[in-house]
Design a protein around this ligand. Structure first.
Ligand code: BES
Ligand code: ZN
Ligand code: ZN
Length: 492
């Protein structure tokens, strides 16, 4: 998709498809968007707007069909109300972009002209959000729908009216592509998306991005004493792996480790889930998928920091060999863990991966994990929890999320609750009870990061959508990719 600019004088109502972002003032005499049209056409448009119940200042997108022979075949009006809050302001641009994509799909438009008046698309953050809305809404996962209409997304060109120069959209395009590739990995059915498959994906990303790659297999993991990861994998026929990726920088200011939970399917193990509880559990590698996609986005970006990725990959299944509730296993850092619930497997595999990141000398560790159902109860489907003791890092991450339309809410690493993880027979148990479940999961992870600055994201509520919503489609959302890349760019 190309993005070009058009001078206001070049806007002709005969253009096939036109999107007008309009605010209440635009409806007056001094209108800034509608005055691009001839007086009669403007009058006709205003008249038509009434019929679609357009209300000045009310956000919404309205499609109106051709008015006269010299009018565009369709016009999409986006009602606009200027928002003070930075999140909602940026999100409004993303929403309009999303509507443009839906509209293009419906009308098979190859080109849209976007007239925005006072809604300023020359602000980079606004344009990025608008384009994200288009790219991310255009996504479809239909490779297994043999009988579906898989015509490609029709839009070839977006013409912006207003900005003086053609913006460089390559960075936002690669960022969106990376987000979509994370969605692809999450959406891939678990019979195909095995740990070994993810390893193959890591290999190709490493090759393209000239990354250092280490793949630790079962034998190597045993040598490294990654017993918690091995314990989780015991019930599965699939081989577990731990992948490490490194993107070097010359004279790095900082070494940042990204750790992603990579459970390719979570049945719960012997502490088995309900049938319904298992339905979306192919999404349990969303953290690992996001981390891998960050490296994809970094392919065309030079940062002054070294970025390392750690992906513990396994299935959580059942067999006569599966780990039992009550088993005690020694973690890589030497602490013993009583596994009382085999469904709390994410924290186990992360514990070993986090410890490895610490041992490798990271200056900052960030982990992403679809870790607890409790975070969904606490924050719902649109906010992920962020934990961390370093205020500045937390704040920067939350800000990067605001810019990306990915909401983060800080939750406490409550020392008061540490006792809930005390085991009668080992150093720790892997569950802390029903109350504050996302917090006790975070406290468990904290036992494995030592003094290294660390941020933990519980993305169980935000990694997967059950229906299409705004720029998100049913399935994996790619949550975290854009936020992390922007956060890393901010550190660099
Ligand atoms: N993968 C799940 C968490 C999850 C739940 C992700 C819903 C996405 C949607 C995780 O491994 C899990 O099962 N956690 C348990 C922990 C409990 C046993 C302490 C949970 O949340 O029920
Ligand atoms: Zn689980
Ligand atoms: Zn899980």
């Amino acid at each position: 998709m190309k993005v070009n600019v058009l001078a206001p004088t070049e806007v002709k109502p005969e253009r096939a498809h036109l999107v007008v972002v309009i605010d209440d003032e635009d409806l007056g005499q001094e209108s800034s968007s509608l005055n691009l049209f001839s007086p009669e056409l403007r009058a006709a448009l205003l008249d038509r707007l009434k019929s679609v119940e357009f209300k000045p200042g009310k956000q919404g997108v309205y499609r109106i069909d051709p008015i006269r022979s010299d009018a565009p075949s369709s016009i999409l009006f986006a009602g606009w109300k200027d928002e003070k809050d930075r999140y909602f302001k940026t999100a409004a641009f993303r929403k309009v972009g999303s509507k443009v994509a839906t509209f293009a799909t419906q009308t098979k438009a190859k080109e849209v002209v976007v007239v925005t008046g006072r809604a300023d698309l020359s602000v980079p953050e606004h344009l990025e959000a608008f384009l994200e809305g288009i790219y991310l809404t255009a996504y479809r996962f239909d490779q297994f729908k043999i009988s579906s209409d898989n015509t490609p997304f029709p839009l070839e060109e977006v013409l912006l009216v207003g900005p003086q120069s053609v913006p460089d959209v390559r960075p936002i395009e690669t960022l969106c592509q990376a987000t979509l590739s994370a969605r692809n990995l999450v959406n891939l059915p678990p019979n195909l998306c095995s740990p070994a498959h993810v390893v193959e994906r890591c290999r190709s990303v490493a090759e393209r991005g000239k990354l250092e790659l280490s793949v630790f297999d079962r034998e190597k993991l045993a040598e490294m004493e990654a017993e918690l990861l091995l314990a989780v994998s015991k019930g599965s026929e699939q081989e577990p792996y731990l992948v490490k990726l490194v993107k070097k920088a010359s004279e790095p200011k900082l070494k940042v480790a990204l750790v992603g939970k990579g459970v390719t399917f979570d049945s719960g193990g012997l502490s088995i889930k309900t049938a319904q509880g298992m339905e979306e559990m192919k999404s349990d590698l969303a953290g690992a998928a996001a981390v891998l996609s960050v490296f994809e986005a970094l392919e065309e970006r030079e940062l002054a920091i070294e970025v390392r990725g750690y992906l513990p990959l396994t299935e959580n299944m059942i067999s006569g060999k599966a780990t039992r509730p009550g088993d005690i296993i020694k973690a890589m850092n030497g602490k013993t863990v009583e596994i009382l619930n085999t469904d709390a497997e994410g924290r186990l595999i992360l514990a070993d991966a986090l410890h490895l990141a610490v041992k490798d000398g990271a200056d900052l560790i960030i982990d992403l994990a679809t870790l607890t159902g409790a975070v969904v109860v606490a924050l719902g489907g649109q906010y992920a929890a962020v934990y961390g003791d370093h205020d500045e890092y937390v704040q920067k991450l939350v800000e990067a999320g605001v810019r990306s339309g990915e909401r983060l809410w800080r939750m406490p690493l409550a020392r008061e609750y540490k006792d809930l993880l005390k085991s009668k027979t080992a150093d720790l148990k892997n569950v802390g009870g029903r109350h504050g479940g996302s917090i006790t999961a975070a406290l468990f992870l904290q036992e494995f990061v030592g003094d290294t600055p660390w941020l933990h994201l519980d993305i169980a509520g935000t990694a997967f959508e059950s229906t299409d919503r705004e720029h998100l489609r049913h399935g994996g959302t790619g949550f975290g990719v854009r936020t992390l890349v922007r956060f890393l760019e901010g550190l660099s």
